[in-house]
Design a protein around this ligand. Structure first.
Ligand code: NAD
Length: 300
């Protein structure tokens, strides 16, 4: 069934996601603060709206793909999306935001008489373009079912993780595993270098032994063993280090709020924050391997 969708936030992820909804036969009313992005989206068949609220007023479903929780909550409230939408509109937030902000967004939507879902994604810009994203959803079963055809038009898999905020929780837990495992794999390659062990030899053993993981076999942080990994193209992202740092900061917030120790998760958040603020700003997150090597004869 064709739906009318308001799509707010037409950036690197939202632009191609909105285009895929148009391709699947939905009417998409788009809005972004950046006029050039609105024009690019228009070229893919998205109808430019004069404001986010104007788009929401006509929509069956409102999808947001914004930088952070503050943007989502501001648009829901002062931005007038909840007030502008028809009662019973489904709000789907695909941004990666704080679990507490996601729960606040659900509450605000419910109080305004709307349905809601948090549905952050994994798969990056490549997945957004190819409609191969994975969605992790939090909210009611009915809301998840109602969003199904739209998520299916933008992605390959959607997992209903639980109630409000569960999608965001799954996202930051997964990315905390990824960050810790990437640092672990990188440290192992650096240790191998100091012991005179070839990268390829370590890879051949670990990739079929108990050290096997995505950070090693898909996104290998050293050039050579996995020809498609970002390490072979000067660490161009891929999954950019600042995005990893952002997700780990959200995980660290949740760890502190819940009194969870997670020493490795917190250390990973610290290492990625430093890396993303400096030499890693434009690089894939696997380039953190460079910061783990001894410098000038002293340990990193
Ligand atoms: P982006 O900065 O390219 O896009 C965000 C867009 O939101 C921008 O175009 C901005 O102008 C717009 N925006 C901000 N405030 C607005 C407002 N009030 N009204 C209308 N538009 C507004 O970011 P992105 O890379 O597309 O990421 C979007 C979200 O997806 C983030 O939460 C990010 O963490 C998450 N994410 C990104 C990736 C990735 O690889 N880029 C992967 C997974 C998840």
């Amino acid at each position: 069934m064709s739906r009318t969708v308001a799509f707010v936030g037409l950036g690197r992820m939202g632009g191609p996601m909105a285009a895929n909804l148009v391709r699947a036969g939905h009417r998409v009313l788009g809005f972004d603060l950046v006029p050039e992005l609105l024009a690019t989206a228009a070229a893919t068949g998205v109808e430019p709206a004069v404001s986010a609220a104007a788009a929401a007023a006509e929509a069956d479903v409102v999808i947001t793909m914004l930088p952070a929780g503050a943007h989502v909550l501001a648009l829901y409230g002062e931005g007038g999306l909840l007030a502008a939408a028809r009662p019973g509109t489904l709000f789907v937030d695909c941004s990666t935001i704080d679990v507490a902000d996601a729960r606040a967004a659900h509450e605000a939507a419910g109080a305004a008489g709307h349905h809601s879902l948090d549905a952050p994604v994994s798969g990056g810009v490549v997945g957004a373009r190819a409609a191969s994203l994975t969605f992790m959803a939090g909210g009611g079963a009915e809301e998840f079912a109602a969003a199904g055809p739209l998520l299916g038009a933008m992605g390959r898999k959607a997992v209903h993780c639980g109630t409000a905020g569960a999608g965001q929780a799954a996202k930051i837990c997964n990315n905390m595993i990824l960050a810790v495992s990437m640092i672990g794999v990188s440290e192992a390659f650096v240790l191998a270098e100091s012991l005179g062990l070839d990268h390829q030899a370590l890879y051949d053993v670990a990739s079929t032994a108990s050290g096997q993981c995505w950070a090693l076999t898909v996104n290998c942080p050293v050039p050579g063993p996995v020809p498609d990994s970002p390490a072979n193209r000067d660490y161009l992202p891929g999954f950019a280090a600042p995005l990893m740092a952002k997700d780990l900061a959200l995980a660290a917030n949740a760890l502190r709020a819940g009194g969870v120790a997670a020493p490795l998760g917190l250390k990973a958040a610290e290492l990625y924050a430093d890396f993303a603020a400096g030499e890693g700003a434009g690089l894939d997150f696997s380039a953190i391997v460079h910061t783990l090597r001894p410098r000038n004869g002293t340990p990193a």
